[in-house]
Design a protein around this ligand. Structure first.
Ligand code: BGC
Length: 739
């Protein structure tokens, strides 16, 4: 007998079931804001606009609106600090995965790595219940001396813009806001809170803003941090032109502007000039003050007082509260729950992969990849082979679960060799920062001549010798709040390298730093590797590249000049700034304009130690001919074209090549850099195979900023399009006629 289903019974049951399982219509963030904002009192709104502790600001408990919690950033989640003190709180569950510093991420020239980095650090932030990650930093490397270059993404606005976008997206996928910093023209640490950067509009728009613009317009960043310095005579944490006109006006930024810690300096401008949330280094802005006096902040009692006595209205306050609510609804009160992950094996694997992908093989005359016979002797010289460097450097200081040093990793990589270490020099013996300690004892009583003699004795009978030195994160090196004093390596390392090179023809030098250093011994050594502050997995990543387990594919994100004198900053007024009569603040003139980094060296034909974009591989690549999808375009329409080029891996190992596209303008009325990076693609190509790079170019690729007209313009004429393996190694060329 056939069974009939009675729809008469099933239908109502299905409806009930559907009604029970159907999700209630989710209100949009804007609807939620519209509902909540009118319920807030003036006091509640003001309370949300300033800090209540070192890293948090108040919510509205009456309405179940949570506090906002921030954390540094940008390459790991900072250990918890005390409520009103910078020392760590001593928690035992806040040791994070330390990812590589951002100069390393930029050196990967790989957007996928940007996304992996952002996702992984975003997960760690979410797990730690942080709503705002104070990073990434995208200030341009204007001088190799800037103490914070290691936290930024190099000297080129296009590269930094391309790398910041996936990072921001990855972080924000986790319901954590990326807070892109430090907005803007904050390119040195010397007198960072009392220097006015004098930069013309063209330079501002072409060099110093594009990475921020990309983070906002393409990355959709939910937060921006103002910088400590002034631009155009106004402090940048409440700089009307930067924040109201450009960021929120021209770019349509709908997130929050957060002050740098203590960067808010004026009661009135804090209200009117685009700042939304004020945080502090001390409880009274930048100055030491009685503790726990957050009510003294510019956006606290002084704000309430101004509203009470009618000096200001509440329009700005409503805008700030709207933006803060939007931040909260995007993060801790997001309709989509996020839980995060902390210290997962995947995060450590990501840290290792990014650190290896960013490691740059600068020179190789045959010593690499490294092989040491079983029972052989590998001698490692240099402090950076053993010094743990996740700790230190300023606000990016981290406490990590573990940090693999280069020496440990080399011992692991060559278990059957005798891996011997000698220090060679004593540099920085400090092992703790804000009470986070590496647990190492780096003291060494030997004088310099004994250290060198011991190193030279150790290399006797060596099968291979590696020097691992460079900078570290102590004052006047790669460190917040101070700049470096010279381009040279510290602690007499140049002399030690020269002495080793005299005895070891195959010497391998590994430089660990976050900014360019001078290498006067370059021609005397066999191989040079640029490593970075690689985080928890730094040693493994370096050993992966040295041994060839990973074929190097990093490219320099900034030029390594031969000497500082060759660079564009020639005068004190350019760097580090001067005092000018009648001016309250130090003045620093960006007289070099857009000629920063390779834009300077390339245009002037000045030889450098290693050029921007440079990096070798253990295989070789042959470029075909570049072809453009169009040979001519109109200057007054939307330009859209693509460039294609075949690249063959002509060697015997699989490897990745970074195909770089630079555009060279025709001669015109305005002086322009000889060529500028406008596209790149990292291609993985198996040995013997050919890959194809396809790179899109648009109007912006050919534009310069016309300050008078306040718009981007394209100059007609014959444009040369260079395709190469670095800014100084052009392999193919095409011509585009712009009419
Ligand atoms: C730094 C910021 C950092 C903040 C909080 C400031 O001194 O400039 O980059 O996010 O402190 O630690």
């Amino acid at each position: 007998m056939k069974k009939y289903i009675s729809y008469g019974i099933l239908l109502p049951a299905a409806l009930v079931l559907a009604a029970c399982t159907a999700k209630p219509a989710v209100k949009s963030i804007e609807e939620r804001i519209a509902e909540v904002l009118p319920q807030l009192t003036i006091e509640e709104k003001v309370a949300m606009t300033h800090a209540q502790s070192k890293f948090s600001s108040r919510g509205v408990p009456r309405l179940g609106i949570p506090e906002v919690w921030c954390t540094d950033g940008p390459h790991g989640i900072r250990p918890e600090v005390l409520w009103d003190d910078w020392n760590q709180a001593g928690w035992t569950n806040d040791s994070c995965t330390a990812f590589p510093a951002l100069s390393c991420l930029a050196a990967t020239w790989d957007r996928e790595m940007g996304l992996l980095f952002g996702r992984s650090i975003g997960e760690e932030a979410r797990y730690r219940k942080k709503d705002v990650l104070l990073g990434p930093g995208v200030n341009i490397c204007r001088t190799p001396l800037n103490g914070r270059n290691f936290e930024y993404m190099g000297e080129d606005p296009y590269l930094a813009g391309q790398m910041v976008v996936p990072y921001v997206k990855g972080v924000q996928e986790n319901g954590v806001a990326a807070c892109v910093k430090h907005f803007a023209v904050n390119n040195q640490e010397t007198r960072r809170t009392s220097t006015n950067s004098v930069v013309d509009d063209r330079t501002l728009y072409e060099i110093y803003l594009p990475a921020f613009e990309a983070a906002v317009k393409e990355g959709g960043a939910w937060a921006i941090m103002g910088s400590y310095n002034l631009w155009n005579g106004e402090f940048n944490c409440h700089n009307k032109r930067l924040l109201c006109d450009i960021l929120k006006g021209e770019w349509g930024f709908d997130g929050v502007v957060v002050s740098d810690w203590g960067g808010c300096r004026d009661d009135d401008q804090a209200i009117t000039n685009g700042l939304d949330m004020e945080y502090g280094t001390w409880t009274n802005g930048l100055r030491g003050a009685p503790s726990d006096s957050y009510n003294n902040y510019h956006l606290a009692d002084p704000y309430l007082q101004r509203i009470a006595d009618g000096r200001v209205g509440t329009t700005e306050l409503d805008d700030k509260a709207t933006r803060i609510l939007r931040l909260i609804f995007r993060t801790s009160m997001s309709a989509e729950p996020h839980y995060g992950r902390f210290n997962s094996p995947e995060h450590y694997a990501a840290a290792r992969e990014i650190a290896a992908a960013g490691t740059v093989l600068l020179q190789n005359r045959g010593s690499l990849p490294l092989s040491v016979p079983d029972g052989g002797r590998l001698v490692v010289i240099g402090e950076n082979a053993v010094k743990k460097m996740v700790v230190g450097g300023g606000s990016s200081n981290l406490k990590t679960k573990y940090e693999i040093t280069p020496l440990e990793a080399l011992r692991e990589a060559f278990p059957n060799a005798n891996v011997v270490w000698e220090r060679g020099y004593v540099g920085d013996v400090s092992t703790s920062y804000n009470r986070v300690s590496t647990g190492q004892d780096l003291s060494d009583p030997r004088p310099a001549d004994k250290l060198l003699a011991d190193a030279l004795a150790a290399i006797e009978g060596a099968d291979a010798v590696i020097f691992v030195g460079g900078l570290n994160k102590s004052a006047n090196q790669d460190n917040e709040s101070t700049d470096r004093l010279s381009l040279s390596l510290p602690y007499g390392q140049d002399g030690i390298i020269e002495a080793l090179a005299e005895k070891v023809p195959g010497l391998i030098v590994v430089n660990i730093s976050g900014s360019p250093v001078a290498m006067p011994w370059k021609d005397k050594v066999n191989a040079i590797v640029q490593g970075w502050y690689g985080g928890s997995e730094t040693g493994h990543a370096l050993a992966d590249v040295l041994t060839g387990a990973v074929n190097p594919s990093g490219r320099l994100p900034f030029t390594f000049p031969a000497s500082l004198d060759d660079g564009p900053l020639k005068t004190e007024r350019q760097y580090p700034g001067i005092q000018v009569e009648g001016e309250q603040w130090w003045q620093e003139y960006y007289d070099e304009g857009v000629f920063v980094g390779y834009r300077w060296y390339g245009s002037k034909g000045i030889p450098v130690c290693f050029p921007f974009g440079h990096g070798l591989s253990y295989t070789t690549f042959e470029y075909g001919d570049a072809t453009l999808s169009k040979s001519s375009v109109r200057s007054d329409g939307q330009i859209r074209l693509s460039l294609e080029i075949d690249v063959k891996n002509s060697g015997e190992r699989d490897g990745s090549e970074v195909v770089q596209v630079y555009v060279a303008p025709p001669a015109g009325k305005v002086e322009r850099p000889a060529y500028e990076l406008k596209g790149f693609e990292k291609l993985f190509i198996p040995a013997g195979k050919t890959g194809k790079a396809t790179i899109n170019l648009g109007s912006r690729s050919f534009s310069r900023f016309d300050a008078e007209a306040h718009e981007w313009v394209v100059d007609p004429g014959k444009w040369r399009i260079f395709v190469g393996s670095s800014s100084a190694d052009i392999r193919s060329e095409a011509v585009l006629e712009i009419i």
